[in-house]
Ligand binder design. Structure first.
Ligand code: AKG
Ligand code: FE2
Length: 286
């Protein structure tokens, strides 16, 4: 068997090449959910030519009109900001998938590639997009663009399970113990823009009002607000190369993306991954 380096620091992230992942981590999603490893970094899932073509088309500055993401430019809808009625979200999913197909048309189609890579990690399970009651499909991903000095604030993906009305249907379909996050790096910043993981796990935190607290990010650890004490805890940073897929237990591990430094933008395309309730399927969505 090919030996893959497991970074023995705060969390165990294994780095593998896209070509060897089927051999080394054929059940990688389960390995993460069962805490054999905390995450995987799979390099070269897209090649530099494919990525270059995509990035050269993403020239917009500033958020889309009416964006729910503040100053950050995000293409595609996100279930965590959807209302309980996912109709609008599903319509935006259709539009985003069309946009994404055009965007990646100079190389391998993102959606097809992502489903292929997740399938190699799925232990033979089918990989599907969740569907709304009327059969409309969720979006497989969204694209996140961080300009100089922009960042993503701290969170656990588990917060979404409790506080976001958009998740009301999905929580009945997915295994709630491990809500994984995934992203593929399309453009890496000159500095900063690191994924920062903290030595703080979901089960160690307290959310007196999970619904509003999750949204307001006012969880505590040992009774002290996370926002005030998190920097006292050990950290680990990850700065993957363009073309790499990172998949990790973002539901369980407190994380954030540090501010981008330098002129080059940080662009990622990603979403979330979870098993269905009986683990017979793998769902991915954004
Ligand atoms: O870098 C990204 O696109 C998202 C980072 C993150 O918070 C996640 O993957 O859960
Ligand atoms: Fe996250």
């Amino acid at each position: 068997m090919i030996q893959s380096p497991v970074v023995k620091s705060l969390y165990n992230f294994a780095t593998v090449n896209a070509e060897e992942v089927a051999q080394v981590y054929p059940n990688g999603i389960q390995d993460i959910c069962d805490r054999q490893i905390d995450g995987l970094i799979i390099e070269n899932i897209l090649n530099p030519t494919e990525i270059g073509k995509v990035v050269s088309q993403l020239n917009r500055k500033g958020p889309l009109e009416g964006s729910p993401f503040g100053d950050i430019l995000i293409y595609g809808p996100a279930l965590y900001v959807s209302s309980e009625d996912t109709g609008k979200y599903c319509q935006e999913a259709v539009e985003f998938r069309h946009f994404c197909r055009q965007l990646f048309s100079g190389g391998r189609d993102f959606e097809r590639r992502m489903s292929e890579v997740l399938s190699t990690l799925s232990g033979g399970r089918v990989v599907e997009l969740p569907k709304a009651a009327d059969g409309s499909e969720y979006t497989p991903a969204s694209i996140r663009v961080l300009e100089t000095d922009q960042f993503m604030g701290w969170h656990f993906e588990n917060q979404f399970l409790h506080c976001t009305p958009g998740y009301r249907e999905l929580i009945n379909k997915i295994e709630l113990s491990d809500h994984l996050a995934y992203f593929v790096v399309l453009s890496d910043p000159e500095a900063g823009g690191e994924l920062v993981l903290y030595d703080i796990q979901w089960h160690e935190t307290e959310w007196t009002d999970r619904e509003n607290g999750g949204r307001g990010c006012n969880g505590t650890i040992n009774g002290r607000p996370l926002a005030e004490v998190m920097e006292e805890y050990s950290q680990m940073t990850i700065s993957p190369k363009p073309g790499s897929l990172v998949i990790f237990d973002g539901g369980r591990i407190l994380h954030r993306v540090s501010a981008v430094k330098g002129k080059r933008r940080r662009i990622t395309i990603g979403g979330f991954v979870a098993f269905s309730r009986q683990r017979e399927k793998v769902f991915y969505w954004s």
